[in-house]
Design a protein around this ligand. Sequence first.
Ligand code: PSU
Ligand code: MN
Length: 315
Amino acid sequence: MTPAASALPPGDIVVPSPEVEAALATGAPVVALESTIITHGMPWPRNVETALAVEAEVRAAGAVPATVAVLAGRLHAGLTPGQIEALAAARDVRKLSRADLAACLATGGTGATTVAATMIAAHRAGIEVFATGGIGGVHRGAETTFDISADLHELARTPVTVVAAGAKAILDLPRTLEVLETLGVPVISVGQDEFPAFWSRSSGLRAPLRMDDPAAIARAHRLRAALGLQGGQLVANPIPAGAEIPRAEIDPAIERALAEAAARGVAAKDVTPFLLGRILEITEGRSLAANIALVRANARLGARIAAALTASWEG
Ligand code: PSU
Ligand code: MN
């Protein structure tokens, strides 16, 4: 009897769905998806509809979706529709980042994974590509609050290629790009030179890198590993043109939401969900429609990169 060992779950720490397990065993493309966007990023029932639609996008593009979450102390990569629905409907689900993941497993809790925690789970499971909406970054006013998302540090250390529509425009985008550069994270825009700003295609900032071909992005992923470099890549995919909210229209909503967050003293993990919720109300749902369109587009691109990773080197 070794009490310490018996406290650990049998097998690997990440529990793949049968579909994900089969795909990984045969080298078929798999795309990880996060769950904080379901529990903290969108209201019911659009959250569950979106989660299922995003999975369908991955499948339609020829890859297997692996939505990541902690359910009753087990870290899952690949959920059933019923599990996604239960998570989306649950109240008081924890928001798990690098700091909280093991604690949630240890206490048998249920939690949704952020970009950082989803990258950790994906990597442990052997999944190399992950699609989401927008990563966390340097918050405005970080010079006094020190609020910088753990997502940035995760990109610097965990070798997963993350497809996002840039960083959310509620953040300080120039400083977010500066920190990513300091951490040695490749930031690759797709289809345009500019770094996209989540709801808008334009941020006014040039992305450090541009690659329009998913196969080149896949090769760069492999070459980073071959060079012995830690960490992943951030692929910045602009929101589809027909779905975007131009900056001039979204900026006033962002300013208002930020002022309200400051007035109410919203801090730490609550900042991003609060801002997303208020911007949705202020824009009367337009921000949510844009968010859904961009996540779906990112799922499609993620599937193409995952397919290229499984193809030959020339692929
Ligand atoms: N993208 C979205 N909606 C979200 C998030 C991303 O479209 O809700 C979540 C992600 O899980 C990301 C998190 O990791 O917000 C960032 O939170 P924070 O700023 O507290 O690190
Ligand atoms: Mn934060």
